[in-house]
Design a protein around this ligand. Sequence first.
Ligand code: NOJ
Length: 596
Amino acid sequence: MKIMKYINLIVLMAAIATIVSCQPQNKKSTAKNTTIPNRKWWKEAVVYQIYPRSFKDSNGDGIGDLKGIISKLDYVKSLGVNVIWLNPIFASPNHDNGYDISDYREIMKQFGTMADFDTLLNEMHHRGLKLVLDLVVNHTSSDHEWFKQSRSSRTNPYRDFYHWWPAERGKPAKRFSFFDVNNNAWRYDSTTNAYYLHYFARSQPDLNWENPKVRQAIFKMMRFWFNKGIDGFRMDVIPFIAKDTTFPKMPAKYHGNWAHFYANGPHLHEYLKEMNKEVLSKYPNTMTVAEGAGVTIGEALKFVDPARKELNMLYNFDGMSLGYIPGTYKELDPKGVKLVDFKNVYSRWDSIYENKGWGTIYLGNHDQPRMVTRWGNDSPQFRALSSKMLTTFLMTMRATPFYYFGDELGMTNIKFDSIKDYEDIETLHEYQHLKNTGGNLKKFLDNQKMVARDNGRTPFQWDTTKNAGFTTGKPWLKVNPNYKTINVAAEEKNPNSVLSYFKKIIQLRKDNLVLVYGKYTLLDKENPDVYAYTRVLNGEKVLVLLNFTTHKASAKLSFDMNKAKLLIDNYNTVPDANAVKTFTLRPYEAAIFELK
Ligand code: NOJ
């Protein structure tokens, strides 16, 4: 009897193990056989974003560089991603870490040389990886030769490359600057007794896109990089490029929302069409993605409807803005984010691309805190689980995932105590602004621990050696002390690590095109704890269940789970069969089922 019971138990466990395997199921045949209209490589890609300054330093100066990236391409390839997006790598005085370019055709000295760039591109292509560069053309650095010329005299041929307001006309109408200590986007320059415009820092003057010569110069520069063989551009604040050069007062309809106002310049879409005609259409197998700052959901298709011949994709800020108190400087609402609101944002953005265009999805980048700290839970108990759960979300939505380096390890916010530790112009200027105006500095610093951009910029954690193996020198920004446990070397060895899960789920997405192209339907909409949805493509159906809480939670669904097959689950123990039937999830559990 005892032996029979034992055998039965083994048979039962083996059956459960096959059904409930945590490994992705290989379904390459399905992926190939389905007929899907408008397939594009960039829709099926996973983009891995590298902040070059913080990835890998090859020469001990404490700053990541191109040779460092080259030395780690096998690691990137091992992840299963297809595209690398690099933050700006061009010559720059680095007031805004490369978003202030002084020469578009030179590589930033700290990052290496053009020869290093050529090697990088070759080595990437050799491994089947594509390269997307950052196109920063709303502004240049004030060290750019164009600006030096432009500011030198009112009659210089480059004068109209930028926006100038002669002081004899009085003060120009208010424009808000994101990184100015006085929040003022006009800077007086005594050389020519005029103000110039800078939506960002004083050292980032805005280019005058209304001048056809500026557009031609930029298009030429874009062709230069495409001719080298790059595979696309991520376009920095591209919606801001067009301006009404009469500089009227901000119209009331924008309700003080400067980003929205800036994203609605008069000739914006003409310029993007011109860019498409003159450059992008000549490199048809490449991809473009607009940083959709200030773009509302109703305006998104203007950028990405293929019939309009502008850009391929746009990423929006609606999800990222959740949880901030409106009208404040990224001040977190103590009430937190309601999951129902989160679901609404992502569901609405999915719906606009139902018939045309294509979306993007991200939960972290170099302008954001770490994904797990902001959207999951970075406590030791839940860090790994919630990282995996958020990754499951990113990899199962109908949009191209833009995945930020380090999130595949579950890297967390560093939460600096002192302003002295910060390097970012945004934090430093806002701190100075508050200091000048008698603001609450303690409150600001507390909030920065959660929201500051430097949290997402700390050096990558390779191993347990000094400085996490990032550099042999002094790192430009402090390394997060938790590198002793959160690092590539440790996670590569552990089949249940955040890193191992990331690789599995990328493979799952690749093997199941339903996860890329399938129709998305939100289920149990008002559920405050669980995000549940299906993806359906050509008769295939998968169910995604995500518990966003620290407690058990279930969803109200009516599928026959007897025939469901578990494709992946972020717990490395098998879920209880009863829990599967009642859709009960453990804290931060993520599960994907194939439904019959
Ligand atoms: C958006 C970029 O992502 C950010 O890092 C930068 O500071 C601003 N644009 C200005 O270029």
